[in-house]
Design a protein. Structure first.
Length: 432
């Protein structure tokens, strides 16, 4: 079931196919479905939201019921056991500590002739956070999205998440939201939720930036509304790429591969190893673990379509192939992981050594688990405080400094044929 490839060319083409899986020809109709959903929500607002929620989530309600009420928020605390509440609080604390470590700071530079230059950071006014809810409930994702928004100083945080059975939202999600200080929550998911946040409806306010992971519909929708609003990244179906050598434990590697595959039938799990014995043992372990897996059907599909083992000649080749894939998560299950790090150029998060399963980062190590997928790590990074900030450039020139650069500006304005630009400097010089 889990294919083992030994030829480099075949490995490269498989890696490309898996990386591009959301852009593949078979997905084109999903792109069109998403466009239609977005345009309909834009034109019809709540009516469209409620219709799509009935169609895709099988839940019917009115506009007034879209927002989670205060009493539901209170009730959620009664349903979450003490141990889980403590785990949520612990994760919150560790994620917050990490995100506070490197908050971009405004700065000014005082140069010659009283020139002042700098950058001033300000948060967006309103952020929309998407918490997936189709195939699993993600209280951890609530923390990963809400905490950096809070640390950035965003005043208005609007959370959306699909309704489960009986229109309810998983209580752990509602508790995590409250622990993180988010109280404006709407039960709507999929592309329709992204459209509502991007354009606003009668009930759901328009925001400036939308963050959070999701399935193919959510991811394509975020891609389509980008520009109208900011987004974090293409945080789509999960992926892990593991580089392992003979020192790796095949049971750990197999478990880590399944830990991604169980997210979604489009999740990707790739192993690159220089040890063919390990390759065979991992493949056997994956099959064995799948037999009793509670999410077997979906996990098996992911492994069959987007699972892969490549036997490479050496770890340098593994690093090259990994860079071609640019994984969301990279695990280095090798004897000398720090020696390979310099060769890794594109990866959302790197998990180093045998005792660092990716799950530690999923829940509470501190760094964000909302990460670019499908090649996005070539040009983008983990969700962070900076996702919710923009910066304005600061420029101040003294009369003396203006005089000094006026000649160069005059030549440039002439070259561009823009006389008023030239006048705006020349007229000031007359008064100096
Ligand atoms: N990259 C990351 O950082 C990260 C983190 C956590 C989870 N994930 C990923 O998030 C995703 C979560 O997916 P999920 O499905 O569990 O939840 P989801 O909330 O992303 O998607 C569920 C929604 O999809 C919509 N939908 C379902 N079928 C549809 C159809 N046929 N047409 C139109 N819309 C449809 C429904 O509206 C439903 O509410 C997984 O792919 C998981 O791997 C990624
Ligand atoms: N692995 C996911 C990101 O792709 C994050 C997550 C949340 N809960 C469990 N896992
Ligand atoms: Zn996970």
């Amino acid at each position: 079931m889990l294919r083992i490839v030994t030829q480099r060319t075949e490995a490269e083409s498989e890696i490309k196919r898996i990386c591009d899986r959301i852009y593949d020809d078979q997905m084109i109709h999903k792109e069109a479905t998403v466009t239609e959903i977005i345009q309909t929500v834009r034109r019809k607002g709540d009516t469209a939201l409620l219709r799509y929620t009935s169609e895709f989530d099988g839940q019917d309600f009115t506009s007034a019921e879209l927002r989670v009420s205060g009493s539901e928020l209170d009730a959620a605390y009664q349903q979450v056991k003490g141990g889980l509440l403590k785990a949520i609080e612990m994760a919150h604390q560790r994620i917050e500590e990490f995100h506070k470590m490197r908050v971009p700071k405004s700065w000014v530079h005082f140069g010659d002739k009283d020139i002042v230059l700098g950058k001033r950071y300000t948060p967006v006014d309103a952020a929309g956070i998407y918490i997936p809810g189709g195939k699993a409930a993600y209280p951890s994702t609530v923390l990963m999205n809400a905490v950096p928004a809070k640390v950035a100083g965003v005043k208005k945080i609007v959370m959306v998440t699909p309704p489960g059975q009986e229109r309810t939202i998983n209580p752990a999600i509602l508790v995590a939201a409250q622990v993180a200080g988010v109280e404006e929550i709407y039960r709507v998911g999929g592309a329709q939720a992204i459209a509502a946040l991007a354009y606003g409806t009668e009930t759901i306010p328009k925001v400036d930036v939308i963050t959070g992971p999701g399935n193919i519909y959510v991811t394509l929708a975020k891609k389509q509304v980008f520009g109208r609003v900011g987004i974090d990244s293409i945080a789509g179906p999960s992926e892990v790429l593991i580089i392992a050598d003979a020192s790796a434990n095949p049971t750990y590697v197999a478990a880590d591969m399944l830990a991604q595959a169980e997210h979604d039938q489009m999740a990707a799990s790739i192993l690159l190893t220089n040890d063919s014995r390990l390759a065979n043992r991992v493949s056997e372990e994956v099959n064995r673990m799948l037999e009793n897996h509670p999410r077997r059907l979906m996990t098996e599909k992911a492994i069959a379509h987007y699972g892969l083992i490549v036997v490479v000649d050496n770890l340098n080749t593994a690093a090259e192939l990994s860079n071609q894939f640019a994984p969301e998560h990279l695990e280095l299950e090798i004897e000398e992981p720090w020696q390979l790090i310099d060769q890794i150029r594109h990866a959302g998060a790197i998990f180093i050594g045998h005792s660092t399963p990716e799950a530690v980062g999923d829940y509470l190590a501190g760094p964000n688990h909302t990460l670019p997928t499908c090649g996005g790590a070539r040009y983008s990074s983990a969700l962070g405080v900076e996702t919710f900030l923009k910066h304005s450039s600061l420029i101040q020139y003294s009369p003396e400094a203006l005089k000094e650069v006026s000649g160069a500006i005059a030549l440039l304005t002439e070259a561009e044929g823009l006389p008023s630009h030239g006048d705006s400097v020349r007229l000031r010089l007359q008064d100096i």
